[in-house]
Design a protein around this ligand. Structure first.
Ligand SMILES: [Zn+2]
Length: 130
């Protein structure tokens, strides 16, 4: 029986494929807003107020600056999908990094730490610096 879990390389490969398959993406958070207008007798001034909206806005931080942009209602579905794709990318990257760290650790380890062709007695402590 050979039901071993897929290798780290195979799992990383799969993540890369999933990243490639992602569509458009965009970072940020979608928020809804309700506004009050300037007309004196508008419903948004009634009690209770019926404010205008919702208006949709995407805010995000880019290169240390926070930005926000209004999203038209007809673009909402597309923008939501882009935001979802971006979150998915971040998840995939996190998983990739976990695997990459493990893979790196394995690659840097001596492949057969216990085996040595010549019998060596335990040497006195030697500084690893040369
Ligand atoms: Zn109003």
């Amino acid at each position: 029986m050979n039901l071993r879990p897929p290798s780290l390389e195979a799992r990383i490969h799969k993540i890369k494929q999933q990243i490639t398959a992602l569509g458009d993406l965009r970072p940020g958070n979608l928020t809804q807003q309700y506004n009050v207008c300037g007309k004196p007798d508008c419903r948004c001034k009634a009690t209770p107020p019926l404010k205008h909206g919702p208006y949709y806005q995407v805010s995000f931080t880019w290169k240390g600056k926070s930005k926000s942009q209004f999203v038209r209602r007809q673009d909402l579905a597309v923008v939501k999908k882009q935001l979802r794709n971006y979150r998915r990318l971040r998840q995939l990257l996190d998983r990739w990094l976990v695997l990459a760290l493990e893979l790196s650790r394995r690659r840097l380890e001596p492949s057969n730490p216990g085996r040595s062709s010549t019998k060596t007695r335990r040497k006195p402590r030697v500084s690893s610096k040369t």
